[in-house]
Design a protein around this ligand. Sequence first.
Ligand SMILES: [Cu+2]
Length: 164
Amino acid sequence: MATRKGTTVYLYELAWILPSFAIPVGMLVALVVTAFGAGIHLPGLERRIDPTKVAETPPFDKPGLVELAPGRYEVRMTAQIWSFAPREIRVPAGSTVRFWVTSKDVVHGLLIPKANVNLMLLPGQVAFAEARFDTPGEYLMMCHEYCGIAHHTMAGTVIVEARR
Ligand SMILES: [Cu+2]
């Protein structure tokens, strides 16, 4: 009897010990896969500019859309209370757009739900995203980090024009 009881306790113990090892190992694997496989990481020093001099620092001294090649665009964008510059971007359907964005003042966000763009914009930290716009129409860009009293008005548009 004493042996059976002892075995039962051991099995219950094992049922807790195994997950207590498996869960942290699983989390570590997820961390390694996202960091090295998906390239997700914390903001680094290499893309940092002086947040007080964003307006003078290229390419953010001239915010706007630049055509790199046919169908390939780059937008240099700044976020400030409570707007994006440029506020409107026009590209033909089928274009790939590279977004380089930073904030001039407080923490903002850039969310384009229909294009799977989701960036946190820290002052002076240059954020990057690339998106392809195949379907003509208007794509809402909005700030999704609360940035003050008029946060809800901070929005812009990507207009994707049909090719003729
Ligand atoms: Cu905001």
